[in-house]
Ligand binder design. Structure first.
Ligand code: NAP
Ligand code: ZN
Length: 352
């Protein structure tokens, strides 16, 4: 066991605070990683505040963080793909059963034995649940470790491990979106990556935002048009015109307004995970044979493909780098949709 510095929450209403946790010694299949940067996902906030209690209640203390970039410090004797000194990434998964149909189909996130990076039962028994990346180091099964392109800024790479893959995966799955009209709803951590990818794939990208102040940024990030979603006139003009819409909103909202934007056979994929259910109008879907889907992060193989694509096309997340001591303030700003467009924690600050 190794004593490791971390930031954890003691309850749903407590602030995150400095703590120590135990990490296991690497087993033969494990990679031990010194964490350099960790992105701040809205899922961290939902989990810390137990907002998903009806689906997966939070076990405390809770150490969030699943957008991890770091350097390998030790490997088990059966690890073949990584060695000490390698730059690597870890996203939302730290292990799976490696053998079920989902693992064989490269969608480990749906494996019944999937172990998520935090708040997941810890099968090694080091702690009641897994502890995430707001910490000095982490120990991860080799199969869940990703290679990081060496040409990119590491603070901006960290968010690719969740925000990146979560927006990449449904867009890829929807097929070739080149030349098609694609909507991205919500310009936050996920949304801004969705805009970058949709633009890189050659789509005509329209951003829906509640924040008029983000309009110029949206255009700079790759949007062709920006709609202020609170303006009914602007919304009306786009009715029935989209092939695909990615909904990244973290809070309660009227999804029927966006279903109404879809054209014949159009699809809206939900990646945002609000605390409360969203009522869906059957008639909004029936007329035009539209579909509503969900998508959860992505498998390891496609995450590596996404990282390689980002390396080749120089794509990273737009980040505001913060010391870990600013994390509680960062959560408050996340709730006000103020972040541009992802906080990335410089983990060297944990040594202060
Ligand atoms: P974020 O950075 O907070 O962005 C969410 C954006 O949604 C905000 O920037 C804001 O954009 C918009 N928004 C917020 N409240 C709103 C409201 N009341 N009405 C309308 N729009 C609102 O969050 P994130 O990290 O991108 O995560 C977004 C959601 O995806 C969270 O629920 C998170 O848990 C979930 N998530 C899901 C997966 C998955 O695998 N499916 C993975 C990661 C995260 P504007 O200012 O542009 O309106
Ligand atoms: Zn996330």
């Amino acid at each position: 066991m190794k004593t490791t510095k971390a930031y954890s929450a003691a309850s749903a209403t407590a602030a995150l605070a400095s703590a120590t946790i135990q990490r296991r010694e690497p087993t033969e299949r494990d990679v031990q990683i010194e964490i350099l940067f960790c992105g701040v996902c809205h899922s961290d906030l939902h989990t810390v505040r137990n907002e998903w209690s009806s689906i997966m209640a939070t076990t405390y203390p809770c150490v969030p963080g699943h957008e991890i970039v770091g350097r390998v410090t030790q490997v088990g004797n059966k690890v073949s793909r990584y060695k000490t000194g390698d730059l690597v990434g870890v996203g939302c998964l730290v292990d799976s059963d490696h053998s079920c149909p989902s693992c064989q189909a490269n969608v480990e996130q749906f494996c019944p034995g999937a172990v998520f990076t935090y708040n997941s039962p810890d099968k090694h028994g080091t702690a009641p649940v897994t502890y995430g990346g707001y910490s000095e180091s982490i120990v991860v099964d080799e199969g869940m470790v990703l290679r990081v392109p060496l040409n990119l800024d590491l603070a901006g790479v960290a968010p690719l491990l969740c925000a990146g893959i979560t927006t990449w995966s449904p867009m890829r799955r929807w097929g070739d979106i080149k030349g098609k009209k694609v909507g991205v709803v919500g310009l936050g951590g996920l949304g801004h990556m969705g805009v970058k990818f949709a633009h890189a794939f050659g789509a005509k990208v329209v951003v829906f935002t509640t924040s008029p102040g983000k309009k110029e940024d949206a255009l700079r990030l790759g949007a062709d048009e920006v709609i202020i979603s609170t303006n009914a006139e602007e919304m009306k003009q786009h009715a029935g015109s989209f092939s695909f819409i990615l909904d990244t909103i973290a809070a309660e909202h009227d999804i029927n307004a966006y279903i109404g934007m879809l054209g014949l056979d159009g699809n809206i994929t939900l990646v945002g995970a609000p605390e409360t259910p969203l009522p869906v109008s059957a008639f909004a879907l029936l007329s035009g044979r539209k579909s509503l889907s969900g998508s959860l992060i992505g498998g390891i193989k496609e995450t590596q493909e996404m990282l390689d694509f980002c390396g080749a096309h120089n794509i990273t997340s737009d980040v505001e780098v913060i010391p870990i001591q600013k994390i509680n303030e960062a959560y408050e700003r996340l709730l006000k949709s103020e972040v541009k467009y992802r906080f990335s924690i410089d983990m060297a600050s944990l040594k202060d």
